[in-house]
Design a binder for this molecule. Sequence first.
Ligand SMILES: [Zn+2]
Length: 238
Amino acid sequence: MKLDLLAIAAHPDDVELTCGGTLLKMAQKGYKTGILDLTAGEMGTRGTPETRAKEATRAAKILKVSWRATLGVPDSDVQPTRQHKLQLARVIRELRPHTVILPYWEARHPDHYHASTLGYEGCFLAGLKQLPIEGEPFRPFKILYATAFEGMPPTFIVDITKQYETRRRAILAYGSQFRPAKSEKKQRVFLAIDELDARMDLMARHHGQKIGVKYGEPFLQKELMAVEDIVGLPVRSI
Ligand SMILES: [Zn+2]
């Protein structure tokens, strides 16, 4: 399968939370999209890997994602090791994505910043001819970093106003993470569903407002943006 866009992240639900609206928007434009979860999220406090796998499949369907898989890196131990990089490079050669979305390279959770490095280096290695793996050498054209949880100014924001409700449903598909079982009620709830909902809304509104729309998702790229038509630029200045 050849993908136009592949989002890579450490845990199932990371992609939905940071760039789910954008993935859906691109699928609606006719692009073939995919999600690669590096781990199965087996260290999560709630939900078994089996439940999380079912939830991830459901969420992918809601976001019209054509391909989703787990790389099999151990949760809470995502490291850019040679072995993991080669595993990832093999997937990149197989899917040949034009654009790849990675987590931003600084984060609180070590899995998230390691996922960023592993993602970048896996994409790089995939292009080396002498690599001891199968497949034709290939490198994605563009690498973007999802910065929804980070404070730095993004390079651009995607308007996801029309996709927001569907993205919300995809996030809520992860019931085991956000809807504690009755027996669990007395424990401290890490992130209850109503709080998650409010936080998602606030974050997407915050980014949307910066480009004059209701909801948005922010991205950063290391390169500068080239502009062809400065008269046609969007987002009002005054
Ligand atoms: Zn995560």
